[in-house]
Design a protein around this ligand. Structure first.
Ligand SMILES: *[C@@H]1O[C@H](CO)[C@@H](O)[C@H](O)[C@H]1NC(C)=O
Ligand SMILES: *[C@@H]1O[C@H](CO)[C@@H](O)[C@H](O)[C@H]1NC(C)=O
Ligand SMILES: *[C@@H]1O[C@H](CO)[C@@H](O)[C@H](O)[C@H]1NC(C)=O
Ligand SMILES: *[C@@H]1O[C@H](CO)[C@@H](O)[C@H](O)[C@H]1NC(C)=O
Length: 374
């Protein structure tokens, strides 16, 4: 009798323990399941007949179709570390699909920048950050515009999009970045002396107006130091946001005239405010809700439409790396991270989803000593 009773209690205890364990695994995830998404991910994974990933990787891509209610740094870093153990495959079907959505909404191929083809002399452009303000394309402005969109499509097989995150410090990613067919860089990021980590090839570099006021006194005094600093980018395209804020327009044109006067080979191009409005809307529709997209996300958008394969570097919104070591805001300074200006964990999570779907490849560790990965 007593033996049967104790057996009963043991069963209850085990049951409770199991239930508690189950509660524990369920609790920290805050997930919403969408069965259709899971099935899709699994079938795309199965199509890869190269080196199949272990079952954990399928579990992971399943987990990543879910949307957490909270985006805790440590949770996301943990998930990312797990994805690093899985082989990344480009999924050209998924990319083609994503690319078609981008072309449909925003058409970077024809409308990424303001050109003489997509913008008429005398047209009025609306500033994307100040929807109530307009600017008329005068003859002077029209003459500054490139005739056509500078990209040939697809511009290249593999593109590297290099963000400025401190995660690039000591990454040894330079060689891999330089092997890309087209390299996007952000905000006139320094290269010299950091080639091992960030490479040197540059095909497009963005320039935020703030850098001209901070570093070059708005080009009101000597302009040569600015021109000299741009020599390192060779004949890359320089992407200037002339039509975001009306206060910046003249400043931006001063940059163009400076480059022209000094015989620079850099080719100024001007971000199309209408493209900005549309691409912001696009990202909002997939859950990236930044009011002003970072320049990294802007060039990434263009790259996803223009390139067959996109590899991302220096996009890492956390103040520590995967080993838990403290990292800085940028690879070229030692300012502690300032969240607001950069890609946020929520946005990073979206990029991670695109990574596991094979639409882009996120790099956030060391590029060397990982021969299986390249
Ligand atoms: C490009 O933008 C112009 C207006 O700026 C628009 O009329 C045209 O339809 C756009 N082209 C495409 C292919 O989206
Ligand atoms: C642009 O705006 C000006 C007035 O601000 C107007 O005279 C002109 O007709 C507009 N141009 C076009 C193409 O609508
Ligand atoms: C980078 O490497 C150098 C030399 O090994 C080391 O002193 C430095 O702390 C490292 N910095 C980061 C942020 O990893
Ligand atoms: C943005 O979308 C609107 C509405 O769909 C369209 O009329 C416009 O041409 C698009 N802008 C660009 C630059 O393609």
């Amino acid at each position: 009798m007593t033996r049967r009773k104790s057996l009963f209690w043991i069963c209850i205890l085990f049951g409770l323990g199991y239930f508690a364990g189950w509660m524990n695994t369920i609790k920290p995830q805050y997930l919403r399941v969408n069965k259709q998404q899971i099935d899709q991910t699994l079938t795309t994974q199965n199509k890869n007949n190269l080196k199949p990933n272990p079952p954990e990787c399928k579990q992971l891509s399943k987990l990543l179709t879910l949307i957490p209610k909270r985006f805790k740094d440590d949770d996301i870093i943990k998930v990312f570390k797990k994805t690093e153990k899985c082989t990344w495959f480009s999924n050209s079907a998924a990319h083609t699909n994503f690319r078609a959505q981008l072309t449909n909404c925003c058409n970077a191929i024809q409308n990424f920048t303001v050109t003489q083809v997509n913008t008429a002399l005398g047209a009025n452009l609306t500033y994307d950050a100040q929807p109530k303000k307009k600017i008329t394309i005068t003859e002077n402005i029209f003459n500054l515009l490139p005739q056509t969109e500078p990209f040939k499509v697809p511009i290249s097989k593999r593109c590297a999009v290099v963000g400025n995150g401190g995660i690039l410090t000591n990454s040894s990613c330079g060689e891999e970045i330089d092997q890309a067919d087209f390299v996007f860089r952000c905000n006139l990021a320094p290269i010299i002396g950091r080639e091992d980590d960030v490479g040197s090839k540059t095909d497009l570099v963005t320039a935020n107006p703030s850098i001209f006021s901070i570093k070059y006194q708005n080009l009101n005094f000597r302009r040569k130091p600015f021109w000299e600093s741009t020599q390192v980018y060779g004949k890359a395209l320089i992407l200037l946001p002339a039509f975001a804020y009306s206060a910046h327009t003249n400043m931006v044109f001063k940059v163009s005239y400076t480059l022209e006067d000094f015989g620079s080979k850099l080719q100024p191009i001007y971000l199309n405010p209408s493209y900005m409005v549309n691409i912001t809307q696009f990202w909002k529709s997939v859950g990236v809700t930044e009011t002003r997209l970072s320049s990294g996300l802007i060039v990434l958008s263009a790259a996803l439409e223009l390139c067959d394969e996109v590899w991302l570097y220096g996009f890492w919104p956390f103040s520590k790396n995967m080993e838990g070591m403290k990292i800085f805001n940028h690879y070229y300074d030692n300012i502690p991270p300032k969240r607001s200006a950069h890609v946020m964990p929520r946005e990073f999570y979206r990029l991670l989803q695109l990574h596991t779907k094979g639409i882009l490849k996120l790099r956030a560790g060391k590029c060397k000593n990982k021969p299986t990965d390249i």
